[in-house]
Write a protein that binds this ligand. Structure first.
Ligand code: PXP
Length: 242
């Protein structure tokens, strides 16, 4: 069961730094290509409705230039669906989005938004885009993912990441149980949000988890040790946990 855990590197915050000055430096596509050299198994980018970091042009370039799979994070809107169908990334991870939030807070309510999500998931699937739903580790949400026919769920690790080490056991159990339930039902399990080399070990050790998507910490750590070293250190921590 302990198959190799994939690392998806999220390069959104390279674009955040670029956009702080409004020019074209630093280039997130250059960062993505470097991440691939350092061992990233995939690249993740979130095209937010307000385009605060990644832009439409970035997505077009990533879709055309990457040697590894592109995972497009997107809100469940018709605009984003159109963009995904145009660029056909390998995967699309549907995330909840509120303009005023600083980052993606909480998982998608796949159960509550079932009717809205159903045609969207279907259209992505018929375009051969692998659909992932970014959900809380909750039985109801996994059941909804199953009924929606989503082949992948990404479990939101934000709550786990924000707890202190001594307070994590209950949330870790929720994540572990959710991963087991999803995998038992044939859904591939990914996880992400707020992961660092300090907290990744118990998440990487969940046997059913097949992929981690990590961004903010790696881009931050790149300031201190460089992007390649930051990715290699994360890769080593993940392999050690397995
Ligand atoms: N997975 C999903 C679905 C996300 O929305 C994000 C944040 O954009 C991440 C993973 C990565 O989170 P972080 O930047 O905290 O590593």
């Amino acid at each position: 069961m302990n198959e190799r855990l994939r690392l998806g590197v999220n390069i959104d915050h390279v674009a955040t730094i670029r956009n702080a000055r409004g020019g074209d430096y630093p280039d997130p596509v250059r960062a993505a290509l470097l991440a691939c050299q350092a061992g990233a198994d995939g690249i993740t980018a979130h095209l937010r409705e307000d385009r605060r970091h990644i832009t439409d042009f970035d997505i077009a370039r990533l879709a055309a230039e990457l040697p590894v799979p592109l995972n497009l994070e997107m809100a469940a809107t018709n605009e984003m669906l159109g963009i995904a169908l145009r660029h056909r990334p390998n995967a699309a991870c549907i995330v909840p989005e509120r303009r005023e939030e600083r980052t993606t807070e909480g998982g998608l309510d796949a159960a509550g938004q079932f009717a809205h999500l159903q045609p969207l998931v279907e259209q992505l699937r018929s375009a051969n885009v692998r659909v992932s739903l970014f959900i809380e580790p909750d039985e109801r949400q996994i059941d909804a993912a199953l009924r929606l026919g989503a082949p992948v769920v990404e479990l939101h690790t934000g709550r786990f990441a924000h707890l202190s080490e001594g307070e994590r056991s209950q949330e870790l159990k929720r994540l572990t149980d959710a991963a087991a339930l999803a995998a038992k039902n044939g859904i591939e399990v990914h996880a992400g949000h707020g992961l660092t080399t300090d907290n990744v070990t118990p998440i990487a050790a969940i046997p059913q988890v097949r992929e981690l998507n990590i961004g903010h910490y790696l881009i931050g750590e790149a300031i201190f040790v460089g992007l390649e070293a930051a990715i290699r250190q994360m890769r080593a921590a993940m392999d050690h946990a397995r």
